[in-house]
Design a protein around this ligand. Structure first.
Ligand SMILES: C[S@@+](CC[C@H](N)C(=O)[O-])C[C@H]1O[C@@H](n2cnc3c(N)ncnc32)[C@H](O)[C@@H]1O
Length: 205
C-alpha cells in the first residue's frame, strides 16, 4: 500500500525498498503536497540556524524534498543517500544534489570516515523505517564538530529506545536538543495530521 499506513507497517529494509519503488513517482503529489508535510522544511530551518558549512548528507533523501529546502536556504554542497533507487531517481530531477547514492544507513554507507560537516534527515527515523542503531554510522561519516539535525517521529522515539542509544553515544556527542514540532501543517486533515516529531539536534565532538 503506497501511503503512510503502508509505510508505518514496514518491518525490514527490503520492505522499504519495495514500497518506495512503487511510491516514488507519486510521493510528492499524493503524500507531501496532499497532506501538508512540512518536516523537510523544518529540518532545513533547524539546520540553517546552526550556521554550519557543507558538505551535508541527507539520510533517506527520498524524492529530495530536504535537498530542495536546503538549497533554498543557500546551504550546500548536498549529497543524498537512500535505500530505494526509484526515490533517488526522483531526487535527481530536483537538480540540487551533488552526489546521490544507494545505501542502507543501518549497514555501512559508501562514504569515507569524517566526510560531512552536516547530516540531516526527515521522515526516515519513523515507524517501520530506521531506528537509533543508525547513529553509529552517522557519527562515522560525520566530521568532528559536525551538526546532525534529524526529525524523529515522537512515538517512534519512545518505542524504539532513542533515549538509551543517546546515553550510549553521550561521550561522542554534545549540545543535544530535541524540540517538538508538527510534521504536518496545522490545516492538514487525515489520520496523521496531528503527529508530532522531535527535531533531534546534536554535534559530534
Ligand atoms: C518517508 S520517506 C522520507 C523521504 C524524504 N526525506 C522526505 O522527507 O520526504 C523515507 C525514506 O527513507 C528511506 N529508507 C527507509 N529505510 C532506509 C534505510 N535503512 N536506509 C536508507 N534509507 C532508508 C526510504 O526509501 C524513503 O525514501
Amino acid at each position: 500500500m503506497t501511503d503512510l499506513k503502508g509505510a508505518y507497517a514496514l518491518q525490514t529494509p527490503e520492505d522499504s525498498k519495495r514500497l518506495y519503488a512503487d511510491w516514488a513517482a507519486t510521493y510528492d503529489s499524493s503524500f507531501a503536497d496532499a497532506h501538508g508535510y512540512v518536516s523537510p522544511q523544518a529540518v532545513a530551518d533547524a539546520f540553517a540556524a546552526k550556521n554550519c558549512p557543507g558538505p551535508v548528507l541527507d539520510i533517506g533523501a527520498g524524492t529530495g524534498l530536504v535537498g530542495v529546502a536546503l538549497a533554498h536556504r543557500n546551504i550546500g554542497p548536498i549529497d543524498g543517500t537512500d535505500i530505494a533507487p526509484e526515490m533517488l531517481a526522483e531526487a535527481a530531477l530536483k537538480d540540487v544534489y551533488d552526489r546521490l547514492f544507494e545505501g542502507n544507513v543501518l549497514d555501512r554507507l559508501d562514504v569515507d570516515d569524517a566526510t560531512y560537516s552536516g547530516i540531516v534527515s526527515a521522515g526516515t527515523f519513523t515507524h517501520g523505517h530506521v531506528g537509533p542503531a543508525a547513529f553509529d554510522e552517522l557519527l562515522r561519516v560525520a566530521k568532528p564538530g559536525a551538526w546532525l539535525v534529524l526529525s524523529v517521529n515522537a512515538e517512534h522515539y519512545v518505542a524504539d529506545g532513542f533515549d538509551a542509544k543517546l546515553s550510549d553515544i553521550a561521550p561522542k556527542i554534545a549540545n543535544v536538543t530535541m524540540p517538538k514540532f508538527r510534521l504536518y501543517t496545522s490545516g492538514s486533515r487525515g489520520p496523521n495530521a496531528d503527529d508530532m516529531g522531535l527535531m533531534l539536534q546534536f554535534q559530534k565532538v
